[in-house]
Design a protein around this ligand. Sequence first.
Ligand SMILES: [Fe+2]
Length: 353
Amino acid sequence: MARALVFQQLFEPESSTYTYLLADPATHEAVLIDPVAETVERDLKLAAELGLTLRYVIDTHVHADHVSAAGEIRRRTGARTGVSEHARVDCADLGLSDGQTLAFGAHTLTCIATPGHTDSCMSFLVGDRVFTGDALMIRGTGRTDFQQGSPDRLYDSITRKLFALPDDTLVYPAHDYRGLTSTSIGVEKRLNPRVGGGRTREQFREIMAGLKLADPKKIAVALPANLSCGGRAQTPVLTPHVIQDVPEVGIEDLKDRLTDVLLVDVRTPAEYNDVLGHLPGTLLKTLGPELDAFLDAASRVQEIVFVCRSGGRSREATRRALAQGFRAPRNLAGGMIAWNEARLPIVRDDPPL
Ligand SMILES: [Fe+2]
């Protein structure tokens, strides 16, 4: 006989996010999945009303569309926070790995790595329920066009791992935008318009390539905050202004902080040593393949200020870094032109680093 489980599906309307509260009714130990900053008071009140002790607060992935409440709930309850070990979130208590289990009372939550929407997506299986985050959704899937997304990996995660679960397994995603609340593995195998009905990998790739989605409204705020556990565990030295979703700093903010951040100049080698010069201690990574290769390999947690001639190309570089999950990328507004106009020190004629 299945063990009794306290189960609550909670909703945050601005980002259409589902948060899940699960608990053992005998021991009162609880797990919270994907809590949202805006609804932290509601969730804590509910847990208290039900007499629950939060053991674990876990995220299915590093969300780009809302700020996670995991760090805040840890601070207020002593619960341990967890997210995939591949998420580069240094401040989480647990770096979760594929197959790892977390116990709460008589129940076990099993982590299933389901990358593809991001490289660090995890689904969580508890009894006959699976919490799929943004991997498998109700008649849909997560997008694969940023945050290390990969249609091939998502196709494998869904068809080889999630579809291998029993057909009557109930599926609870991180979001639904039409008011649906759950589905099942069997139903999605038949009806999912992207991966169900025997659709092939090639068909899935084509569907995903044709989506052309806008960036989530909160990406500039949510990604850096979630990579630092809600923004409370590590404090970047520069406070940016967010202009059209891109965090910017001015020359006044930066001039005394040059050695506290990583400076990346995205102009060409010729411009780097032209009359405008460059900032002391700058790396030259020209916008394009060179910058992209650098971003692929760089640590996501360092604070980076991107620089160019007037702030346009560095704005694009900042946008790319954000989409790749960097914690604190900033665009230097006005670029080297503003820097020179303020008569701040420049360097010229040294070889690009
Ligand atoms: Fe997501």
